[in-house]
Write a protein of this length. Structure first.
Length: 308
C-alpha cells in the first residue's frame, strides 16, 4: 500500500473527506496531534498534499479561522509555491510570498507549535538565506541556520525540520553533494543513537547518488555507510514497535541501505516492521519503485504482494 497515511486510520479517513471537499475531520486529526509535534507535522503535510489542488484550505480558513485551518493553509500554499518553483512557473515569486505570509500567520496563532516554522523552512530553498554555519562542519555551508535553531528550541529532534534543513543543501536545490554529506553527518551524529535522525546520512547518500559513476551500486558497501545502516538497525529499529504509527519512510531508507550493503538478514525484520505499507522513496532513486522494492523483498526471501 503506497498511501502516505499508512496505518494512521484517522488520517486516512480525513484524506477521503478532503478529497470530498470536507474539512471537519482534518480539524479533528490536527487537534488530536497538537501535543505531538512530529505527528502534527506529518498529518498536516499529508492533508495538504490531498488539498493542494482544491480550494478546501482557503474555504476552511474563511469559514473557520482556527489555528488548524491556518496551519493547513500554510502547508497548502507552501506546496503550491514549491511546485511552481520546481516547474519554473512565472507565478512562483508571488506564490512564495503568499506562502511566507501564511506561515507567519499560522505561527502567530500557535506560537509553541514548530510546524508553521518547519513549513517556512521548506521555503528556504526559494529565498536562499546565507546564515553562517556553526563550528564543526568541514565545508562551513551557509544556509537557514537561524530559522533551524529557532525550530530546535521548540522541538530539538523534530524529524521533518531536520529533513527540510538537509534538503536545502541538496545539489538540485542549489547546494552541493559535499555540503549535503557534511550537514547530514553533523545532524546525524548529534542525534541520540536510538533516533531515526541517525538515518540522515543515508538520505543524503540516496539524494546525491550518481548511477553512472564507477561501482555506483557498491557505494553502500563502504564501511561508513554500512556502519550507519547497521547502527540504526541495532539502536533505532527496536524503538519502532513503540511508535503509535509505522514510520514507513524511515524504515524504507533503512531497508534500502541494508539491501544495498548486502545485509539481507538485517533487512528482513525492517520489511516486517513496515507491514504492507511502502513509500516510493528511496526506491524511485534507482528506477521504478515497485520493481526495486520487489527485488529487495525477494532478496530477503519475502513474498511480493500481488505476485504468484
Amino acid at each position: 500500500m503506497w498511501h502516505p497515511a499508512a496505518d494512521d486510520r484517522q488520517l486516512a479517513r480525513a484524506c477521503v473527506d478532503v478529497r470530498a471537499g470536507r474539512y471537519l475531520s482534518s480539524h479533528e486529526v490536527l487537534k488530536d496531534a497538537q501535543r505531538d509535534f512530529g505527528l502534527r507535522a506529518h498529518r498536516s503535510l499529508v492533508l495538504a498534499s490531498e488539498a493542494c489542488d482544491s480550494d478546501l484550505a482557503e474555504r476552511w480558513l474563511a469559514e473557520e479561522p482556527s489555528k488548524e485551518a491556518a496551519l493547513l493553509w500554510a502547508r497548502v500554499s507552501s506546496l503550491r509555491a514549491l511546485r511552481a518553483a520546481d516547474t519554473e512557473d512565472r507565478r512562483a515569486g508571488d506564490l512564495g510570498r503568499i506562502a511566507f505570509a501564511a506561515c507567519q500567520r499560522a505561527a502567530l496563532m500557535a506560537p509553541r507549535d514548530p510546524t508553521p516554522w518547519v513549513t517556512q523552512l521548506s521555503l528556504a530553498r526559494l529565498q536562499r538565506p546565507r546564515d553562517p554555519a556553526p563550528q564543526g562542519l568541514l565545508t562551513s555551508p551557509e544556509g537557514p541556520w537561524s530559522l533551524f535553531s529557532h525550530i530546535l528550541r521548540l522541538d530539538p529532534w523534530h524529524r521533518e525540520a531536520h529533513h527540510r534543513f538537509l534538503s536545502f543543501f541538496f545539489a538540485r536545490y542549489g547546494g552541493s553533494g559535499k555540503a549535503a554529506w557534511d550537514v547530514a553527518a553533523f545532524l546525524g551524529q548529534r542525534a541520540p543513537a536510538s533516533s531515526a535522525l541517525r538515518l540522515l546520512p543515508l538520505v543524503a547518500l540516496v539524494e546525491e547518488h550518481d548511477p553512472t559513476s564507477l561501482l555506483a551500486d557498491r557505494t553502500w558497501e563502504q564501511p561508513q555507510w554500512k556502519a550507519t545502516a547497521l547502527g540504526a538497525y541495532q539502536h533505532w529499529l527496536p524503538q519502532v514497535a513503540s511508535y503509535e504509527f509505522t514510520p514507513v519512510l524511515d524504515l524504507a531508507y533503512l531497508a534500502h541501505a541494508l539491501i544495498m550493503a548486502h545485509c539481507e538478514f538485517e533487512a528482513r525484520p525492517v520489511f516486517a516492521a513496515m507491514g504492507p505499507y511502502a513509500s516510493r522513496m528511496p526506491w524511485s532513486a534507482l528506477g521504478d519503485p515497485e520493481e526495486q522494492l520487489s527485488k529487495a523483498r525477494l532478496a530477503c526471501g519475502l513474498p511480493v504482494p500481488g505476485s504468484r
